[in-house]
Each structure stands twice: as C-alpha cells, then as structure tokens.
Write a protein that binds this ligand. Structure first.
Ligand SMILES: [Zn+2]
Length: 64
C-alpha cells in the first residue's frame, strides 16, 4: 500500500493485490474507484472491494 498522489479532489493509492497492483482512487465527494476486476464487473453499482476497504483504512490511519 502506498500513496501515489493527493489533490484537492481526492487521493490516489496503490494497493498490492494477490497477483498485481491496483490503483484506488478515493474522491473527496465520498466516491471511490478501483482498477480491479471486481470493481469493473460491477461498474455503475456501488461496490466496495477489499482494495478500497484497505485504502480507506490506510487513509483513516494516516489522518490521525
Ligand atoms: Zn479492487
């Protein structure tokens, strides 16, 4: 897990998956996005994959 970029619109993180690295975006409006298959399969529907969960936990810990 590493922080890629942080803007006033949101943060971009890299999350290490089982076989590859995914790019997770957490937007300031409360929306999120992940490049993994699970997220793309459910495009258009609110889905929280394990990478997004990990990213949120990472961000929560970082802000303390
Ligand atoms: Zn994911």
């Amino acid at each position: 897990m590493s922080l890629d970029a942080e803007t006033d619109k949101g943060v971009y993180l890299f999350v290490e998956g089982e076989h590859q690295r995914y790019s997770v975006r957490l937007m300031s409006g409360g929306t999120f996005n992940c490049t993994c298959t699970l997220a793309s399969l459910k495009a258009g529907k609110p889905v929280i994959c394990s990478h997004v969960v990990a990213a949120i936990l990472f961000e929560t810990a970082r802000e303390k």
